[in-house]
Design a protein around this ligand. Structure first.
Ligand SMILES: [Zn+2]
Length: 296
């Protein structure tokens, strides 16, 4: 009797140690996978943010928007978001400046709602800029660049929760190649069906000033056709990678059949003559900065 009890004790002891080992292995596997996913993601970010001319685009964000409107223009802040993801410690300054956390995004959507703003589509912005309508009285356009999957995971549910529409500027190569941290066509179609606007951000996210006219047409028109094939509806809005534009680019954008094109040059007033070089405001890293950037 005594012997079997001590046997049992020993057996439980062994089982307990085995269970601990199993838990340790599982936790380690989880942490390793999690970290390597994060590293992959960081590589993709580095790739995306690395580019000649990026500093120029960034410089366009400096300072506050214009204080007074040009005659005939309407005040419609276009907010430019990139990644939406939980805070990552030790993130480099550039990535940090371009990311917002889901908590910050939600506080901004709540601010808009509580202060009488209405998120509108770019189609509505066109109507406002042309004078065809004067409502809503405090419009804002929410835009998300580059097609990160974290926008689907974190931003899309918040937009639905607050009843806001938004525009997603996607570039198509990562989707075509099923890259893990980018949207899929199914996600794109789901967001479109939920009232979001899907817009074009080229095929490969190049710096447009470095391309030949032929390459420009391929990037600008090719992405439009590809998204239209996958959505089954016209794509009317474009945004330049790195926010850059010039007269040649605007001409090709217009010939391709787009109605608007957004840059990253800073501003909150728009007119019907500026639809192919719309200005915007980079979402910052604080609610107070966001409120200021609305021109308040
Ligand atoms: Zn971009």
């Amino acid at each position: 009797m005594k012997r079997s009890r001590s046997h049992k004790k020993a057996l439980y002891g062994v089982l307990f140690v085995l269970a601990l080992l199993l838990i340790a292995v599982a936790v380690r596997a989880y942490v390793t996978t999690y970290n390597s996913e994060r590293e992959d993601e960081d590589d993709l970010y580095a790739e995306s943010y690395e580019a000649a001319g990026f500093a120029g685009a960034e410089a366009a964000y400096q300072g506050l928007p214009e204080a007074s409107p040009v005659a005939g223009s309407v005040k419609v802040p276009i907010i430019i978001y990139h990644s939406v993801r939980p805070y990552i410690p030790n993130e480099d300054a550039l990535q940090d400046a371009y990311d917002v956390t889901p908590e910050l995004l939600e506080s901004e959507l709540a601010y808009l709602k509580n202060n009488g703003y209405t998120a509108i589509s770019l189609d509505q912005l066109e109507l406002l800029a042309s004078g065809a309508t004067t409502t809503p009285s405090k419009p804002v356009v929410l835009t998300f660049d580059d097609g990160w999957r974290n926008q689907y995971k974190y931003a899309f549910p918040l937009l639905k929760k607050y009843g806001d529409t938004a525009t997603f500027y996607i570039y198509t190569n990562p989707i075509v190649h099923n890259l893990p941290h980018y949207l899929t066509w199914d996600m794109v179609r789901e967001m479109d069906a939920s009232g979001m606007t899907i817009a074009s951000h080229t095929l490969t996210h190049p710096y447009l000033s470095k391309l030949t006219p032929e390459e420009l047409r391929k990037e600008i028109q090719g992405s439009k056709i590809l998204i239209e094939e996958n959505l089954g509806k016209p794509v009317k809005h474009f945004a330049s990678p790195f926010g850059y534009t010039n007269a040649e680019i605007q001409g090709i954008v217009k010939d391709a059949g787009y109605e608007t094109a957004r840059t990253t040059y800073k501003g909150i007033y728009h007119s019907k003559d500026d639809l192919l070089k719309l200005t915007g405001i980079l979402a910052g890293d604080s609610l107070s900065g966001f409120v200021k950037s609305l021109g308040n």
